[in-house]
Design a protein around this ligand. Sequence first.
Ligand SMILES: [Zn+2]
Ligand SMILES: [Zn+2]
Length: 267
Amino acid sequence: MFDITAITATPLYNLHTHTQFCDGHAPMNQFVDAAIELGFTTLGFSPHSPINTESTCNMTTESVAEYLNEIQRLRSLSGPRLRILAGMEIDFTGEQGPADGYFRRLPLDYRIGSIHFIPSLTEPDTLVDIDGKFENFEKKMARYFDGDIEWVVRTYFARAVEMLSRGGFDIVGHCDKIALNAGLYRAGIESEPWFTTLVNDLLDAALDYGYIIEINTKAYERHHRFFPDERYFARLRRQQARLVVNSDAHDPNLLNASRQIALDLLA
Ligand SMILES: [Zn+2]
Ligand SMILES: [Zn+2]
């Protein structure tokens, strides 16, 4: 069912889509309509996985069956016009992640592995969402991380490397996403050599393990950057990485947002 080469043979797909089952702003059927309007051949849904910590962004375990039923219903409605894939963006938190039996047993077409949470420096038992808006991130830096941005960045990438080694997923989601908030916290941080080394080491590991690497376009419109950053595109091309360009859409109007810009840069 999941043949990445066939899917990415044309630009007419998106595999990172959030809906009513997590923090998306519209029901799944509206994304299907948008995909058909765009002439897409493939639409993959990727709700944020159930997680053992308080989160308003993640789906509940109870809603997983409902999500999978909705996939079946939409497949029968849209017919052969659109290939609808059941995916999930699974959080790796250290204690929980895509390698867990629970996630491996779900009848999904593919899995994205992502980091949105890291442990607090000052309260190690507390998981902190470091992915959201900068105004929240800035407050969390003081409250949970003693203002130590380098610790946050190093912990993020260490977690990501650990996630790759444990497996259980197909696509590495927005692999350097911490760069956005870290760069707003300390301008220029992602050009510092230790930072680029962390990203390059993570990409090396992803390539060695044979993962598909996501180019995530969600922040392009507002922040003019991709995840991973454009500076890594040349090496990914040179190394013939298996890439997938995803919008990480939370709104049907943004299903194809900035994807063509990334595809052109990668061509
Ligand atoms: Zn994500
Ligand atoms: Zn996402």
